[in-house]
Design a protein around this ligand. Structure first.
Ligand code: HPA
Ligand code: ZN
Length: 324
């Protein structure tokens, strides 16, 4: 089964590039940039990854990101992810980046963008992995700050097909960003949003009806609203599910309690993704594997999840046809 999963051609659609920062690289970059870390060793870093909810993770994730300073740092981070993805037969990836996590520390938008984008270009030519970038707004910051970030992205909009919404969900509903997303759409961006990870099903409805999203990131709490489930099936609005993340952040008590299999078998276009692999204990293959063994997913179901990942992507119909 492990080999079947690794060899399955896959697309990864929910991956925060800052969440791929392995503790080893955190130390390397801290040294390179003369930054003092609050940890003495790699194992001390890993010991700190003991989360009780989304916020407890975000605190550590934003702190870790501070070692990212130069364009080369962003390049190295992204390249390391792409090599890992290639080793697990990821053929296409749609990667979130959180510019505000860096611009708020005085790092220029261009520095962040150029480092990531150059690595993605090399990923295409050297590893054969195609990529799309998704600029994600931090929903715990204001709509005005999101507007300012959108402005910074406009010169690069031809290479950033979509915008998204992440960070602390509770109390920061999609409706807060309706005007920003309207503007982004007017500029030609597609939209996605994290919704129904910790937040209620109403946030998923808002993401659909107000932000006009092409897919929902997480969305596992849709299970609480039968009408919403019917709608997701009917319109084939995909969910980018992240099983290890959900268990690590206590959205589910255990993998055996995860609703991925139920969502899939209801006819929802569910996909499997790694979210923040260095923090949650595994990349995409480990996510498929953990879900497979806890939920007893069949090869047919695994194949369907992988097929859904291409179907749910922003690839053109011709590229999808070639990859599926
Ligand atoms: N949820 C919200 N914000 C995030 C996440 C997540 O899973 N990962 C990185 N930022
Ligand atoms: Zn996420």
């Amino acid at each position: 089964m492990e080999k079947f999963i690794r060899d399955l051609p896959k697309a990864e659609l929910h991956l925060h590039i800052e969440g791929t920062l392995e503790p080893e690289m955190m130390f390397e970059l801290a040294q390179r940039n003369n930054i003092d870390l609050p940890y003495k060793s790699v194992s001390e870093v890993r010991d700190a990854y003991n989360f009780t909810d989304l916020q407890s993770f975000l605190d550590i994730y934003y702190q870790g990101s501070e070692v990212l300073q130069k364009e080369q740092d962003f390049y190295d981070l992204t390249w390391a992810y792409l090599e890992k993805a290639a080793s697990q037969n990821v053929r296409h990836t749609e990667i979130f980046f959180d510019p505000q996590c860096h611009t708020s520390r005085g790092i220029a938008f261009e520095t962040v963008y150029q480092g990531i984008y150059q690595a993605l270009q090399d990923g295409q030519t050297k590893l054969g992995i195609s990529s799309n970038l998704i600029l994600s707004f931090l929903r715990d910051l204001s709509a005005e700050e999101a507007f300012a970030t959108l402005e910074q992205a406009l010169p690069y909009k031809d290479t950033i097909p979509a915008v998204g919404l992440d960070s602390a969900e509770q109390g920061n509903p999609p409706s807060k960003f309706k005007e920003v997303f309207d503007r982004a759409q007017a500029e030609g961006f597609l939209t996605v949003a994290h919704a129904g990870e910790e937040g209620p099903p109403e946030y998923i409805w808002e993401a659909i009806n107000l932000l006009k999203v092409s897919r929902i990131d997480h969305g596992v709490r849709s299970m609480e609203d039968p009408e919403l489930l019917d709608y997701l099936v009917d319109k084939q609005i995909p969910l980018t599910v992240c099983p290890l993340s959900n268990v690590e952040l206590k959205v589910f008590d255990s993998m055996a309690k995860h609703n991925l299999k139920k969502l899939l078998n209801l006819g929802i276009c569910a996909t499997v993704n790694s979210d923040d692999p260095s923090y949650f204990g595994g990349y995409i293959a480990e996510n498929y594997q953990a879900a497979q063994s806890a939920l007893d997913l069949t090869k047919q179901e695994l194949y369907q999840l992988a097929k859904n990942s291409f179907q749910a992507s922003f690839l053109s119909p011709e590229s999808k046809h070639k990859l599926i």
